[in-house]
Design a protein around this ligand. Structure first.
Ligand code: PRP
Length: 179
């Protein structure tokens, strides 16, 4: 796996330090709110599990899996829920934890859905913000790193379901996805 990366974009140490910094800020804001932290599977799992362990306030954890694609490779333009939340979010403060915001389609739809379901507030925390790719009017409330339009893998992010277990975020060699 390692040799498929052109270079490391964010090292384990950079990730550890920045994730902790952002988590501590969110922690302070949500003291006494008993928020629900929602992990958007699968890309967010590693970020999420590191992030929530820095919180020292009472929280509820929940998980959701969505897809913007149908069976083919072309976007269906509609968010498909593959696994819904277990709990009711009405009247609750919800924090969505997402690995990457790209076009903004996923988070724009999720935020609208959670508000429609009666959430008291919806906050977005992202690990990576792909600047310059936004097509929907949505931005993270908290973001760890801005990135350019690079093909990134590791720390939860995949290419064809591979590389999620890399402990750092690397830029995938073009030869891997262009062959
Ligand atoms: C990725 C990522 C976001 C979405 C961002 O998920 O985790 O959910 O794409 O793109 P957008 O801003 O253009 O909507 P993906 O569909 O790759 O699933 P995964 O998390 O299971 O890898």
């Amino acid at each position: 796996m390692h040799q498929d990366c052109e270079r490391i974009l964010f090292s384990e140490e950079q990730l550890r330090s920045r994730v902790k910094e952002v988590a501590m800020t969110v922690n302070a804001r949500y003291a006494d709110k008993n928020p629900i932290f929602v992990c958007i599977l699968k890309g967010s799992i590693i970020f999420y599990s590191d992030f929530v362990r820095h919180l020292d306030i009472p929280v509820k954890l929940d998980f959701m899996a969505v897809s913007s694609y149908g069976d083919g490779a072309v976007s269906s333009g509609k968010l498909r829920i593959r696994k819904d939340l277990d709990g009711d979010i009405s009247g609750r403060d919800v924090v969505i934890v997402e690995d990457i915001i790209d076009s903004g389609f996923t988070l724009a739809n999720l935020k609208a859905l959670f508000l429609e379901r009666g959430a008291n507030s919806v906050c977005i925390v992202t690990l990576l913000n792909k600047i310059g790719r936004r097509e929907y009017d949505i931005r993270p409330d908290y973001n760890c790193f801005d990135i350019e339009n690079e093909f990134v893998v590791g720390y939860g992010l995949d290419y064809n379901e591979r590389y999620r277990n890399l402990p750092y975020i690397g830029i995938l060699k073009r030869s891997v996805y262009e062959q």
